[in-house]
Write a new protein. Sequence first.
Length: 227
Amino acid sequence: MTLAKQVVTLLTREPKRHHCHVVDLEVDVTMDDGAKAGGALRWLGGEGHRFRLDLRLQGPLSIEVSLGQGDYPWLASGEKCVFKGSAEPLGKGNDPLRFADSEARMKVQMAAGALTGLTFAPSLIAQHAELEAASTDDGAPVLKVHLKKPVGTARLVFEPDGKTPREATWDIAGTRGTVTFHGWRIDSVGHRSFFEPPADVPVKDVDQADIYRMFAALFDFALENLK
């Protein structure tokens, strides 16, 4: 349940002042028809809506993009150009998802609520899955999950502290995959520079509203594809 609580924290709570949350992982997926996909994601969440997301996808959909918000919102396409949202600041708060679809935002809130419910009533998990504790050859804790519907299995390996995820694998509904965690930290020491755009890349000043609308489009697209 510790991991579920950490996910809720990542979704709902800002870090302490001068700190940030960090998620850094790689994903490899194989479908039953042999199709493959993968990618990497690095996300830093700071106080006051500060954040940075570096995303790389490979497969049917290939994307390499970085976006974030420090003193202003920005978006970078690979190493080609940084679009800096400072030409026409909106001046009414800096919520990066201010233009996102309300239903998409509600999905995130509902997911966080469901996870919170599980942390208070873990017996609810038994309705959907069987859990089995194990360990690796080097003694790292392992949680095995046997899903009832859809039928499938998942395996989550932790660092020796039993809290920090190291690797997750699954075989569910015709999909097999691996998630390798390179970083997973709550309230890690942060710095304002973490949320700045890539350096030494051409910069173009654009209206702040345009950047927020691009953030919203990416967010809505991601939630739509998680159905």
